[in-house]
Design a protein around this ligand. Sequence first.
Ligand code: FCB
Length: 473
Amino acid sequence: MKRREALQALAASPLPFVPNHWPAAQPAPASYKFPPGFAFGFSTSAYQIEGAVSEDGRTQGIWDVFCHTGHHIQDGRNADVTCDHYHLMPGDVALMARSGVPNYRFSVSWPRLYPELSGPPNKRGFAFYDRLLDELQAKNITPWLCLYHWDLPQYLQERGGWTNRDTAYRLAEFCDKVSRHFGGRIGNIMVLNEAAVHSYIGHGLGFHAPGLTGKANWVSALHHLNLGQGLSIQALRASAPHARIGTVASCEPVRPSTHSPEDVKAAALLDAMWNGAVLDPLFKGKYPALVAADFEPYCKPGDLRECQQKIDLLGVNYYNRLHIKYDPHYAMGVMFGADNDKVKYRAMNIPMSPDGLYEIVMRIHNDYGQPEMFISENGFATVKDGKPGSGLEDDGRLAYLAANLQFLQKSIDDGANVTGYFIWSIMDNFEWDAGMKYRFGVVDVDFKTLQRTPKQSYYWYSALVKAQRGVQV
Ligand code: FCB
């Protein structure tokens, strides 16, 4: 039996690791009381899980180039194979189905669907997502599509990528064509993932693909992402009239690293760029006063009218509060700094603060007209230390997720219109510039054998979701 067949067989066999208790400190899964119909799900993105980067006609995206040039990835890895989800997809869907978690947010790979500039659609690329949708449908899992999760085709990067205004129009064209293909099969369509992170980390700091730095690249990329998002929402209203249309933003409270006036100013600036310059154009048709002048060189008359669109729901990705310091060496003089919070959880050496989820959800609720939101990503990274079972008994993740869900429930009790919660991620995967060093999955992936093994958090989340749905566990 070939390795792939063996893995598929394994996915169909009883799950190997079943803990019989949760750490005592955790709230019982049945103690949560989310509203009926609340959507629990898992999130992934194409580049982080698919692999098969040069199969079936796919061409290079910016992350392929970034991984294979220079030393950008902390552990020297790449995503050529990663979870090999492209081949192992049915087993992965089966894992989701067995957890009882009924929603799945995934993204499509632009260079797989349109491998060439002005070329025809790649039938084999589309066929993969058709198979995924078939598989989800067979297992009663609702698909939530995210059209752009950072994997821009390299042919567009060669024309300037997001620093080129034209890319905004290319995104809208892509969204239009892809949604026409999938027709009525997908009820929830998100345009893009985290304009703030993609523009700042990828175009301002250079830690992510395409590795550009400086204020001009950062600001122009962000404006063009906002414009592309607005144009895409309009295109989707015509091409997917029955779908709920939205987008996904990374929303995090920002704190100064110290009380120095420089850090306080830097934190306000980053807050305006990270939260304000993404949500204000979308909901209010303007940029925050603090940074509006910075966008003027790129913002043509009428652009803000295109950016401001009515959406059906906003995806909020929340991980942790950001701590910002003044540092003149970086774009706009801002940089991630030390935190002085006394926090209980750390992941990737970053403080994790579940109460920050409550803070940001209430802020969006109050400042942006009480929009419907769902938490499109929330998760916790661990480092596998090699000890047997060390990847599987993930008390830290479990405790963190449990606490986030408590704060989320509090925000709903206090009036926020939050209708869903998706864990990042169903399985360990390629964590961008961190490679495979940090693992966010509730299912462990052995990147040598590709074997999947559920962690304790998978069983806990499964029990919670089943209890909320009234399923006996
Ligand atoms: C988010 C990204 C997602 C994943 C998590 C850990 O910023 O949207 O792809 O890497 O972080």
